[in-house]
Ligand binder design. Sequence first.
Ligand code: HEM
Length: 402
Amino acid sequence: MSQLGVSPDRLEALHEDFDALAPETFDSPYPIYADLRERCPAAFSRAWGGFWALTRYDDVAAALADPTFITSVQNVVPRLAFTGRRPPLHLDPPEHTPYRRALNPLFSPRRLEALEGPTRAFAVDLLDPILARGHGDICEEFSSHLPVRVFGEWMNLPEHLRTVLREAGRAFNIAVQSFDNEEVKRTSGRLYDMAREMLELRKAEPLDPLADPTSALLAERHEGEPLPEEMILGAVRQVLVVGIIAPTVMIGSICVHLSRHPELQDELRRDPGKLPGAVEEFLRLYTPYRGFARTATQDVEIGGRCILKDEPIALVYAAANRDPAVFEAPDEFRLGRPNIARHLAFGRGPHNCVGAALARLQLRIALEELLSRTAGFELDGDIKPTRCPEIGALSVPLRFHR
Ligand code: HEM
């Protein structure tokens, strides 16, 4: 019987195609992925116990459409989950389905409309002090806070838990970024405590399931039965962080691009109607989740390589989204690409991002407010890149012109 992961023999015998642990800059991963796409579309790295990386759009899209590739063994490289199974991300259909059934309506157009006003108020409140000062780190002071606040609103968190989430969510974010596994476990534990408290609150006094995620999970039935409480707890804990990290990085990366292209800033300032299209192109070009992982339930051959059952496979969305076979001049920002809807920044298939509409809303509003309240901005120091499994900017010092 094969063991989960890459066996020690294979780890030694397989040729390493790239070093996933090599230091990176904000721009350096993309030429490496371009090379892998061209030369070695199923690439092996010994990092983190060994894993495969698929970088071509068609291979990634095919894996996402094929139930041979499951998510419940390991959903990301490097493995991050030390503290339990958390739906929906850690389950495969059909076990996964009731959690999505409960969560999908929480992102309806009506719900998003209700979130637009608070999101804008949070954005303005966070931007005011940095813009008044004339300089600041857009990630540190703005984009790491905005999603946490929006999240508190979406989850209808009581005020005291919003404060805990701000602190614990941020500590978790930092621990993940610094590969501090002990701290990840500790902060994850704090988020579990929060989730537990939310569950007790909503059990005692449920809210409208169409407007409250915890109440929706409690009201959901699978084959006539309520969902197991441990799994509801895992799902509440899961959504507590999954929507926080990506917008932080994404807004940082967008600001890097706009600093390098003042003419694009001006164009979007003049014509904010172009912002939704720009957000999609930014999502393609600076896909903030580098990729998620799947595991094959049988041996498979991809790009001429044999990948064994149970070996982790990273689907590198950030590389697929720059595949020239699908996106012409893929490293360029181009408004109005005819096939932009095909980008994989939100994944695809059963695990596609349930919060995509809320993510788009936050990104659009963040940009609307940043652009309309400044006459221009530029880089004011070094960009600090984030690390696997994210890709993009973690710290972006900016100087603003009013
Ligand atoms: C720029 C922002 C975001 C990006 C790029 C993003 C990206 C993704 C991606 C790529 C996946 C698929 C995972 C996979 O393939 O296994 C995913 C799943 C998910 N996302 Fe997002 N996300 C963002 C924001 C959000 C927000 C704001 C929320 C919630 C408020 C959210 C909630 C989730 C959940 C619950 C899943 C798991 C879905 C499932 O397994 O069925 N995300 N996201």
